[in-house]
Design a protein around this ligand. Structure first.
Ligand code: PHE
Ligand code: NA
Length: 502
């Protein structure tokens, strides 16, 4: 018996959806401040090394696992080798964790698209963001709900759950077919506009001026690998799940290269646009670019509003910029919800729709009760850091070592990729996955754990880190192992649709 598995109608729709997943808040909101605080122009080097040694090879691995074994991460890993199932659950649970805060940043962007029309932040965008808008108080464990942030967040979740529930082609495929071209056009328009702002070149200078000393700083390499994984959506199960919805006989490697390089092009362009705009801000206000860029996660929500107020027709530029963030975010958010929804549907033998509604509702409730609160900004920072720099790197490290050295399935997966792929995978793929990636991940994971244990994180209270950092990471690992012991309700899913010889 074959279990019906929904598929994207064509490779083009798959590529659009995969680019939609990759290009997200990570490119526009996260990359510029990470790059700037990690060596500026010199960051490009660790970033490209991370892309070529880990990003692209792992993207191929995700595609091969998803496409060959035609299942959500836990199912695909189980089919690879029965006891590797927990890796899949860790991926699925990491998706749920990032979905909870990712949705919240989209909600902020949606609010700011609206605020831009009236320049609602007044003269002090910083005080507006943390104070008037987010109402941040002391860094405590839990904070009071801020309804003006919670309401747009509810809407983001409704849209997200609805699209994923509608299905792979009619929901996710259609969303991307419509939004991605719009997103690209808007984005390129905004970058070009920002290049013509007075002072733009000084901004680019700041962005591209390399700080070579930074290359010797382990934190910079950790940041580069963390950024590549998050940005490419690899090793989270998102690409694996999308590839499982691809028809048989598809050129996977060429698709992977298109997705990988489009995402990085978007990222570098976003950096250029953001820093051109910061250069303008610096020229207008006399604040040096370095200070304007120091905003960290608040960069997009503090520096941008400030400059929007100062440019001609800033209202329009501003709402288009924040709309671009919303579009980029929502096409990624659906890819973050799809893997957990698929996994629950397959494990418990319930329909995709029922699974999406139940998983989505639980995630939405957690998200709404934790992040739009008076301490939500701290919590968000902690969860993001621990998932990306602790759990993702460790899970991926153990996973590649097991796949390459213990179950030894990379030659078989390479054959699968090469079956139709126009870009042939050779020995370098196994070398990257089996040696380079584990060495670098082993080192970065160790460094980041040691640093966090020794120094804490951004002077935040230990209880907060213990709960939302270590607690969330530990909880996910335990839950992943427990889920593996839950029997698969629908054994058909286990047997169906896998032809190990193709
Ligand atoms: N790649 C997305 C971004 O850059 C985020 C993402 C992470 C999407 C993990 C799916 C899975 O914003
Ligand atoms: Na990205």
């Amino acid at each position: 018996r074959t279990v019906h598995r929904e598929a994207f109608s064509s490779r083009t729709v798959f590529i659009l959806a995969a680019i939609g997943s990759a290009v997200g808040l990570g490119n526009i909101w996260r990359y510029p401040y990470v790059a700037y605080s990690s060596g500026g122009g010199a960051f490009l080097i660790p970033y490209l090394v991370a892309l070529l040694t880990a990003g692209i090879p792992l993207l191929f691995l995700d595609y091969a696992l998803g496409h060959k074994f035609r299942g959500s991460p836990p199912l695909a890993f189980r089919r690879l080798s029965r006891w590797t199932e927990p890796f899949g659950w860790v991926q699925v649970l990491m998706c749920l964790a990032i979905a909870t805060f990712y949705a919240c940043v989209i909600a902020w962007a949606a609010s700011y698209a609206w605020f831009s029309l009236t320049l609602a932040w007044g003269d002090d965008a910083e005080a507006f963001f943390a104070g008037t808008f987010l109402q941040q108080g002391e860094a405590t464990m839990f904070g009071g709900l801020v309804p003006t942030v919670a309401i747009p967040l509810v809407l983001v979740w409704v849209v997200n759950i609805a699209i994923v529930a509608i299905g792979v082609e009619r929901g996710i495929g259609r969303l991307n077919r419509f939004l991605l071209p719009l997103l690209i056009a808007l984005f390129i328009g905004l970058v070009i506009r920002s290049l013509f702002l007075p002072g733009a070149m000084a901004g680019l200078d700041a962005f591209f001026t390399p700080n070579w000393a930074a290359l010797g700083d382990p934190q910079v390499w950790i940041a580069a690998y963390g950024q590549i994984f998050f940005s490419l959506s690899v090793a989270f199960g998102a690409m694996l799940t999308y590839a499982s919805h691809l028809k048989r006989r598809t050129n996977l490697t060429a698709s992977g290269l298109v997705v990988g390089f489009s995402n990085s092009a978007f990222e570098v362009l976003a950096g250029i646009g953001v820093f051109a705009a910061l250069g303008f801000l610096a020229a207008q206000s006399g604040v040096p670019v370095s200070e304007a860029a120091a905003g960290g996660p608040g960069l997009a929500f503090v520096a941008f509003p400030t400059l929007i107020s100062q440019m001609p027709f800033g209202q329009i530029f501003g709402s288009l910029f924040f709309l671009t963030l919303v579009f980029a975010g929502i096409t990624s958010l659906v890819s973050i919800l799809q893997p957990p929804a698929m996994a629950i549907s397959e494990k418990f033998g319930i329909s995709h729709r029922a699974a999406t509604l139940s998983v989505g509702t639980v995630a939405a409730i957690v998200s709404i009760s934790i992040f739009p609160t008076t301490t939500g900004l701290n919590t968000l920072d902690v969860v993001d850091n621990w998932i990306n720099n602790v759990l993702l790197v460790s899970n991926t490290l153990v996973m590649v070592v097991v796949v390459v050295w213990v179950v030894r399935k990379t030659p078989m997966l390479a054959r699968h990729l090469n079956g139709v792929g126009s870009f042939k995978i050779g020995g370098w793929w196994t070398v990257c996955l089996g040696i380079v990636t584990p060495l670098i991940l082993g080192w970065t994971a160790t460094q980041s754990v040691i640093t966090l244990l020794r120094d804490g994180y951004e002077d935040l209270p230990g209880a907060l880190l213990a709960t939302f950092g270590w607690g969330v990471v530990g909880g996910i690992v335990v839950l992943a192992v427990l889920m593996t012991f839950v029997p698969w309700r629908n054994e058909d899913h286990l047997a169906a649709g896998v032809d190990l010889d193709d």
